[in-house]
Every structure is written in structure tokens, then in C-alpha cells.
Design a protein around this ligand. Structure first.
Ligand code: KG4
Ligand code: ZN
Length: 352
């Protein structure tokens, strides 16, 4: 019964430019819900970060994240709907991140979304977290349309994509090991900076000089556009630990600046090469690391020199949020994609 009505209502989304979609996101340590109209207009967007809870552990503890999502999500959904100034029956669909991410954390969002969609008798749309990050750019720039290339750089992913249309994502390159955000977080940790490390490494790096030769990074772009951060991360850890063992002071700001320069230099060259190979005129940035000012600045320069524009969302839409999930669901539903039923499961990995 639910399945049949959900399908009919899902099909009606194709022609509905004002579709109101509730997005739910719980893949890592942010519990989030948002209501978005027409894929681009955010009516209510609530993010409850668990950063303070995980800080004392120096990183996200999966079990703790799941438990806190369970506690927070019902209130967060109500708040997003109330901020949007609507009632639940006015929603046209419920969208949820089903992967990739921490399996227990994802399951909380997926179960809640299923229950909510069933209760209000509206279709459920399953959203890929990485694709959702890209969609944040449709909110940031209301006129943005594909084709373009995208760099998704977060705590879990560093991926260069070609996006020829709203619903196609082709991997052009990316990391073979650690994600860039993960490397930022590990460097911060060895330097004794609080979690999440990225913003702290960026802030301190501005006060330092990128003068330390940490690592003999291969300078040239690799033919397969692959990247690697585990060697650089280990080099920083060894450098810092050696100083500590010798009882010497660690030049924290200089390490931050030197790591950032090293981490970004090959990334910028590789992304530039990807955009050129795909023959695109625009690059969009997504994921938590996309809020890094140095990365934005370096790519803006590369864009000017190589003939492509660079778009990026405000920091609050770069890090995990549910507005991007609702936005992604809108563009999927418009093309008849993504309808899920109550057997939807979470998945920790999704390959491109
Ligand atoms: O997208 P996101 O919120 O969660 C994941 O899907 O992983 O990204 C979080 C990551 C963390 O590793 C955090 O340290 C990094 O993004 N990050 C940054 C900055 N802000 C957040 N990395 C570098 N510079 C920043 N300003
Ligand atoms: Zn993310």
C-alpha cells in the first residue's frame, strides 16, 4: 500500500519544480536535517555537530556517534521543519544519505528516514553522500548547471569527478590511500591540535613559513591522476616525533604551513590536468576540505591560468549537512532516479 502511493508521488516529482524535500544526514559526526525547495532554495537547515563530544577522543568514535545521532535526530528533524515554516504533510519526499560513511551512524539516519517517510506516506529517496557534497554547489550558485568537474575532498574521500549532467558522476582520479581531510586530522593530532584538525592546521599555517622539506613528493602529475597522502602524513609524524624524542621544540606553525603546501601542490596540478582532459570550463569544490582558504586560492589561480572558473559553497555547506542531501534528491527524482522502499539498507562504501 505504502509502496504504491510512494511510487505515484515519486513519479509526480518529475514535473514539480517546487518540490519540498526533507534531507537527513548522519554518515559521520554531524546529525543534520534540512528542507530544500526545488533543489536550490534552503528553507530550514539544522546541523548538530558532535565535535565537542568526540574532541576528547581525538577523532570520531563510531559507537558514540551512532548513539548521539539516535538521541539528536528526532529533535533536529522537527527543528528543520519548523524553521522551514511548513508542516510535515507539505513535504513531497524524504531523502537520506545511505552511504558512504560509518555503518552504525548511517543506519540511524536510514531507519529514521524510513519511519518518517512511512508515517507521512511520502516517497523515500536514497542519496549517495559524495554526490550530495557536489550538490551543495547548486545551492551556492543558483545558476550552476553541468557539465563541470568536481573535487570532493573530505575526511573520507578525495575524488576528482567529471559531472557531464545532473545524474552522472565519472571518477577521473583521486587518492589511493588516505583522504586529504584525514591527513589534515592526523597531522593536527601529532601536533596536539584539537579535532577536527583541518581548520586548526589552516589557521596556524598562516602564521608559519612553508620552509620545512618534509617529504620528497613526486612533483609530476601521475598518468592515472591518482594521489596519495599516507607518505606525507607519515613524514610529518616522523618529523615531529624525532624532534620530541630529542627534546627539541616543534615549530608547529611551520609544520602546518609546510604540510599544507606539500599536500596542496600536487592536488592542484592533478585537478587542473583533470579539468583540461575532460575539457570542462568549470570546477566545483565540495567536502569539508573545500572550506580551506589555501586550497580555494590555489585553485582560483590555476583556473585563471588554465581557463576554468571555480565555484565553492560557503563553509557550512562544504562540511556535512542535510541541505545537500535534499538538493541531490531533487535532481535524482526529476530524472526518475533514487526511489527506495522500506528495505533500504546503509552501506559503508560506495565505489565510483
Ligand atoms: O565533509 P566533511 O564534513 O565530513 C566527511 O564527509 O568526512 O569533512 C570533514 C573533514 C575533516 O577531516 C576536517 O579536518 C576537514 O574536512 N576540514 C578541513 C577544513 N575544514 C574542515 N581541512 C582543511 N582545511 C579546512 N579549513
Ligand atoms: Zn562528508
Amino acid at each position: 500500500m505504502y509502496k504504491d502511493t510512494a511510487k505515484l508521488k515519486f513519479d509526480a516529482l518529475k514535473g514539480n519544480k517546487d518540490a519540498l524535500i526533507l534531507g537527513i544526514e548522519s554518515s559521520c559526526d554531524e546529525t543534520a536535517a534540512a528542507v530544500v525547495r526545488g533543489g536550490r532554495e534552503v528553507l530550514g537547515n539544522v546541523v548538530a555537530s558532535q565535535i565537542d563530544i568526540h574532541k576528547r577522543f581525538g577523532g570520531v568514535v563510531p559507537e558514540v556517534a551512532s548513539r548521539n545521532h539516535t538521541l539528536a535526530l528526532p529533535g533536529i528533524i522537527d527543528e528543520a521543519i519548523s524553521k522551514a515554516g511548513i508542516s510535515p504533510d507539505m513535504l513531497d519526499a524524504v531523502a537520506v544519505t545511505y552511504g558512504a560513511g560509518l555503518i552504525g551512524a548511517l543506519l540511524v539516519g536510514v531507519s529514521s528516514a524510513k519511519a518518517y517517510a512511512y508515517a507521512i506516506n511520502k516517497p523515500l529517496i536514497a542519496v549517495n553522500h559524495i554526490e550530495a557534497h557536489v550538490s551543495a554547489n547548486y545551492i551556492a550558485d543558483p545558476l550552476l548547471e553541468p557539465p563541470f568537474c568536481a573535487l570532493v575532498a573530505s575526511g573520507g574521500h578525495t575524488l576528482i569527478l567529471d559531472v557531464p549532467d545532473h545524474n552522472s558522476f565519472v571518477a577521473l582520479g583521486g587518492t589511493l590511500d588516505d583522504a586529504l581531510g584525514e591527513a589534515f586530522d592526523k597531522v593536527a593530532r601529532v601536533l596536539g591540535l584539537p579535532y577536527p584538525g583541518g581548520p586548526n592546521v589552516e589557521r596556524l599555517g598562516r602564521e608559519g613559513s612553508p620552509s620545512i622539506a618534509l617529504y620528497k613528493h613526486p612533483k609530476g602529475v601521475r598518468g592515472d591522476l591518482s594521489l596519495s597522502y599516507s607518505g606525507l602524513k607519515t613524514a610529518v609524524v616522523n618529523y615531529v616525533n624525532t624532534l620530541k624524542q630529542k627534546g627539541l621544540p616543534v615549530p608547529v606553525a611551520d609544520v602546518c604551513a609546510s604540510f599544507t603546501r606539500e599536500a596542496l601542490s600536487l592536488l592542484v596540478k592533478t585537478v587542473t590536468e583533470a579539468v583540461s582532459r575532460a575539457k570542462r570550463k568549470r570546477l566545483v569544490l565540495a567536502g569539508g576540505v573545500a572550506s580551506n582558504g589555501d586550497l580555494r586560492a590555489c585553485l582560483a589561480v590555476a583556473g585563471r591560468e588554465n581557463g576554468f572558473d571555480v565555484t565553492y559553497p560557503a563553509p557550512a555547506l562544504c562540511t556535512d549537512n542535510a541541505a545537500m542531501v535534499a538538493s541531490r534528491a531533487y535532481f535524482m527524482a526529476r530524472d526518475g532516479l533514487g526511489l527506495a522502499d522500506l528495505s533500504l539498507n546503509a552501506t559503508s562504501r560506495i565505489a565510483f
